[in-house]
Design a protein around this ligand. Structure first.
Ligand code: SF4
Ligand code: SF4
Length: 104
């Protein structure tokens, strides 16, 4: 794994895919959810999370193994922010962003 997560319990993750299949926004078919979660656990940026995830953090409650997968999503967003900067819609909403977001 490329990142030592603080709250995500990698050892608890059985790659069952429930977090991404029960997610109200992604609702991936189970087999696809398993594959996507495996990639996310390796630190890969997931286009599914980029385009559809709203950050509701409910996936922590869907996980039957208390792995707390939300941190992988927050980390993913941080990675994307570092690489591509603030998303356009966020930039519009965060008028004071220069004082909120430190320069990268
Ligand atoms: S935080 Fe994102 S991935 Fe998790 S349940 Fe909410 S929308 Fe789905
Ligand atoms: S984080 Fe939890 S719900 Fe998601 S794949 Fe791993 S064990 Fe399953």
């Amino acid at each position: 794994m490329s990142k030592d997560y603080k709250f995500f319990n990698l050892e608890n993750c059985q790659l069952c895919g429930k977090c991404l299949s029960e997610c109200p926004e992604l609702a991936l078919p189970l087999e696809q959810a398993k594959k996507e979660k495996a990639k996310i656990n390796q630190g890969e940026i997931s286009p599914w999370l980029s385009h559809l995830c709203t950050g509701c953090f409910n996936c922590d409650f869907y996980c039957p193994n208390n792995a707390q997968p939300c941190e992988t999503i927050v980390y993913h967003w941080w990675q994307e922010y570092k690489e591509k900067g603030l998303r356009e819609r966020a930039a519009i909403l965060c008028l004071l962003r220069s004082s909120i977001f430190a320069p990268m």
